[in-house]
Design a protein around this ligand. Structure first.
Ligand code: SF4
Length: 338
């Protein structure tokens, strides 16, 4: 099993192969609810009416419809299926059934999820293994209890998170399973807290790494990164400047399709506000959406440097960061989309 961070480096370049007949990555949102209200997350704001009005667990019938549609879509497996998006996936009581159905349907080369694991039980750990989850990406917010509480708005003990992972690794050994590969990450604290985090989790993780925060698609209410750092952080600022790729087109939209818990579909995984929605799975199939006119129009605005026309893309920072965006599709001819 490869380290989670290595997967990102080994990816195929997009510029010579778009438009893809089928996305590389399918994201499905088991739940847009969360038991944490992290200060650098839209879960802590009310700035998006759309997000507030659509917080729910995905009904299992809707999920079965997604799987049916994927099985009917020719063109081979997705490279990856992510069973998580804007909420804590383990809040959906049918999460393990969703995982099992995906792996038994052989629709993706790899299945991943991201969780804070505060709700992970021994029973669920066993089902993650039997359900063939390949990667579990774990979001940790601090090794320190007081900071963890301040960031997440939750009084769940950091020791519980560590213990849940210890039990998962013990069950993996007992069941002689190498999966799920457990990658534990924390947002860069630009301090010795990073090292304390690494030390705390190195015995229960297969990989420990430092991630970078971002401002999602922006918010009129607050800056998410300033909320995380309690004001402007000069180290973070310098870091972001060094990663500015100067590009105008967003590569993400050319290889990802996300299905939200209400069935809405978008070509990226940061637009919690719904401005990039290109359809709903209850009205149009995934294949029709990927090959349809709204999707092509969206790509055209990207390649023609007109993405500011989209309310979510307008203030998004993801496409400009070499940390989050490894593809450069600037200058690809719009004719190719025709
Ligand atoms: S620019 Fe941002 S909001 Fe728009 S598709 Fe790309 S990642 Fe999503």
């Amino acid at each position: 099993m490869q380290a989670y961070t290595k997967l990102k480096e080994n990816r195929q370049g997009l510029r010579d192969i778009i438009p893809l007949p089928k996305p590389f990555t399918l994201v499905v949102e088991p739940s847009s609810l969360c038991n944490f209200k992290c200060t650098m997350c839209f879960q802590s704001t009310s700035s998006s009416r759309y997000f507030a009005d659509n917080r729910r667990n995905m009904p299992f019938e809707l999920y079965e419809n997604i799987i049916r549609q994927i099985k009917d879509w020719d063109g081979g497996k997705f490279k990856v299926m992510k069973l998580s998006l804007y909420g804590e996936p383990f809040l959906n009581p049918r999460f393990c059934d969703m995982l099992a159905l995906a792996s038994n349907s052989y629709i993706a080369e790899r299945i991943e999820t991201t969780s804070n694991v505060s709700l992970l039980t021994p029973y669920m750990s066993r089902r993650l293994i039997t359900g063939k989850l390949d990667y579990l990406r774990v979001s940790v917010y601090s090794p320190d209890q007081d900071k963890h509480e301040r960031i997440t708005g939750s009084n769940i003990k950091v020791g519980v998170i560590h213990e849940n992972l210890r039990v998962l690794q013990a069950i993996k050994r007992e069941m002689d399973s190498k999966t799920p590969f457990v990658a534990v990450k924390m947002l860069d604290a630009y301090s010795d807290e990073n090292e304390r985090f690494r030390e705390m989790y190195s015995d229960v993780a297969d990989e420990v790494y430092i991630d970078k925060p971002h401002n999602w698609v922006g918010s009129e209410e607050k800056s998410f990164t300033r909320s995380l750092y309690g004001g402007d952080n000069p180290n973070f600022h310098t870091d972001m400047q060094s990663q500015d790729n100067g590009q105008y087109a967003c590569g993400q939209s050319f290889y990802i399709l996300s299905v939200r818990s209400n069935g809405d579909i978008a070509p990226c995984c940061v637009d919690y506000a719904g401005g990039t929605n290109v359809g709903n799975i209850n009205d149009t199939s995934l294949k029709e959406i990927w090959q349809g006119e709204p999707m092509r129009h969206f790509w055209t605005t990207q390649l023609s440097n007109n993405k500011h026309q989209n309310p979510s893309c307008r203030n998004c920072e993801i496409y400009r960061s070499s940390y989050y965006s490894r593809d450069n599709v600037d200058g690809v001819s719009i004719e190719r989309l025709l």
